[in-house]
Design a protein around this ligand. Structure first.
Ligand SMILES: [Zn+2]
Length: 138
């Protein structure tokens, strides 16, 4: 499909609103680009990404950061994973945002937390499968 956003267009939409180093940011752009444009619009408008050293990745909702609705934190470690695993991690966190999931401290019960995790896994997997089926000529 020729109407998919380019990396430059996604970069422009993010407009420097992130706290990742160059390499992490490049991988984030490449990962985001596999998604449909309407989802990319939401991501670039509503999510602030940054790097938090250790751990894996997490996302929490916010109402207080310049109109951003979620903050997604990545540890530098996830960028050392295989491309597939790294993309899955990034998309899993983005899926929490798209599904409008609550922060784990705001939901009661381990079952609800597990349900949200399963839903995010499922959507991330669907995005990856859809992208691998599509022929990208861009
Ligand atoms: Zn999760």
């Amino acid at each position: 499909m020729n109407d998919k956003y380019t990396l430059e267009e996604i970069n422009y939409a993010i407009g420097g609103r992130h706290g990742l180093n160059d390499e992490q940011y490049r991988e984030l752009l490449r990962t985001i680009r596999i998604l449909d444009n309407d989802i990319i619009d939401k991501i670039t408008d509503e999510i602030f990404f940054f790097d938090v050293g250790k751990g894996e990745a997490w996302r929490f909702p916010t109402k207080h950061l310049r109109g951003m609705k979620s903050i997604i934190c990545f540890s530098s470690d996830i960028f050392k994973f295989s491309i597939k695993k790294m993309q899955f991690n990034i998309l899993h966190e983005i899926a929490h945002h798209i599904l409008d999931h609550k922060c784990f401290v705001d939901i009661s019960g381990i079952d609800n937390i597990k349900r949200q995790e399963k839903e995010a896994d499922k959507l991330a997997k669907e995005w990856i499968e859809k992208a691998s089926r599509g022929v990208d000529c861009g």
